[in-house]
Design a protein around this ligand. Structure first.
Ligand SMILES: Cc1ncc(C[n+]2csc(CCOP(=O)(O)OP(=O)(O)O)c2C)c(N)n1
Ligand SMILES: [Mg+2]
Length: 338
């Protein structure tokens, strides 16, 4: 990724209000602090199984959610905590699910990778790499059938972008002109495989051209650029022109999951991106340079966010484990007419 010389290069900066910058700052910080806390709880043995943190990628979901409207849908992989927080799910319910407690979104039975919210139109949380991509197109198919003008954000990683089912989905989505935005979160690595080691065609969004699908690359460390690209993609889909691909260039600071020895990259590489490209730091600079808020006001926001995250962790720890009867619930769906 190129080094950001100055925050002034941001495209849509002049149209950005104080309120919006502060909103982005708050939302990205909530994800970062929440994930740091999840990492701590994992270290304490309070979260079991796998836990994939989103630290470093915050601008992707926050920017795209700013382009979404009420009723639009989202679906993603196992790296899903940020997506849930950004679409308005309650941090308490998410943290309680991570810790396997009854107060969680799946009543403690799903964990990190299996959470859903009908109210917030969040369709998971999928542990099988790429599995959410055809499901995302299916959601968009339903919306097109119903003619409700909704758009589905279908997120997947650079590693998933090499999966066959992605291309079967591209074909059908373009054939049926489905209102789906395929968001490739290119964080440069799959589990430990760098993009350049897994593909000779590094521009992943360009693969849509084989199906006639439009798309573009976006700077995923710049929340304003992500929002602008998201608005363009949403307008395209809502106009009935079919699917759109956004390849959002980002970076994850932590390991693939909590149990990753990270031998495939150097500490210096991570440090350099944190120092030069961090998305939260970028917005912080814009706020301070534009005198939209003082250091003290930003510290107040940091405090508020920490309190929200601490309350979520407290709620999770106090919530009971699911009762044994829950073993037999949520297995079959109730038939709508029966
Ligand atoms: C079908 C399948 N194959 C392999 C795995 C193991 N696996 C889990 S995550 C992952 C890497 C995916 O990388 P990417 O799509 O770039 O997503 P990221 O983790 O970077 O968000 C792999 C190979 C899996 N869960 N499902
Ligand atoms: Mg990846």
């Amino acid at each position: 990724m190129a080094t950001r010389k100055s925050p002034a290069k941001t495209t849509s900066q002049s149209n950005t209000s104080r309120e919006e910058l502060l909103k982005f700052y708050r939302e990205m910080l909530l994800i970062r602090r929440f994930e740091e806390k999840a990492g701590q709880l994992y270290g304490m043995g309070l979260i079991g199984g796998f836990c994939h943190l989103y630290i470093g990628q915050e601008a992707v979901v926050v920017g795209l959610e700013a382009a979404a409207e009420e009723g639009d849908k989202r679906i993603t992989s196992y790296r899903d905590h940020g997506h849930m927080l950004a679409c308005g799910m309650d941090p308490k319910g998410v943290m309680a699910e991570l810790t396997g407690r009854a107060g969680g979104y799946s009543r403690g039975k799903g964990g990190s990778m299996h959470m859903f919210s009908k109210e917030r139109h969040f369709y998971g949380g999928h542990g099988i790499v790429g599995a959410q991509v055809p499901i995302g197109a299916g959601l968009a198919f339903a919306d097109k059938y119903l003619g409700n003008g909704r758009v589905t954000f279908t997120y997947f990683g650079d590693g998933a972008a090499n999966q066959g089912q992605v291309y079967e989905t591209y074909n059908m989505a373009q054939l049926w002109e489905l209102p789906v935005i395929f968001v490739i979160e290119n964080n440069q690595y799959a589990m430990g495989t760098a993009v350049k080691r897994s593909t000779r065609s590094p521009n992943l969004w360009e693969r849509g051209a084989a199906y006639g699908i439009a798309g573009e690359e976006v700077d995923g460390m710049d929340v304003l650029a992500v929002k602008a690209a998201g608005e363009k993609a949403v307008a395209y889909c809502r106009a009935g022109k079919g699917p759109y691909i956004l390849e959002v260039m980002t970076y994850r600071y932590r390991g693939h999951s909590m149990s990753d020895p990270a031998k495939y990259r150097s500490r210096e590489e991570v440090q350099k991106i944190r120092e030069e490209r961090d998305a939260i730091e970028h917005v912080r600079e814009l706020i301070l340079q534009g005198t939209h808020a003082t250091e003290d006001e930003l510290k107040e926001i940091d405090k508020e966010i920490k309190a929200i995250v601490n309350a979520a962790a407290e709620f999770a720890r106090e919530s009971p484990e699911p009762s044994v009867d829950e073993l037999f619930t949520d297995i079959y769906a109730e038939a709508a007419n029966g």
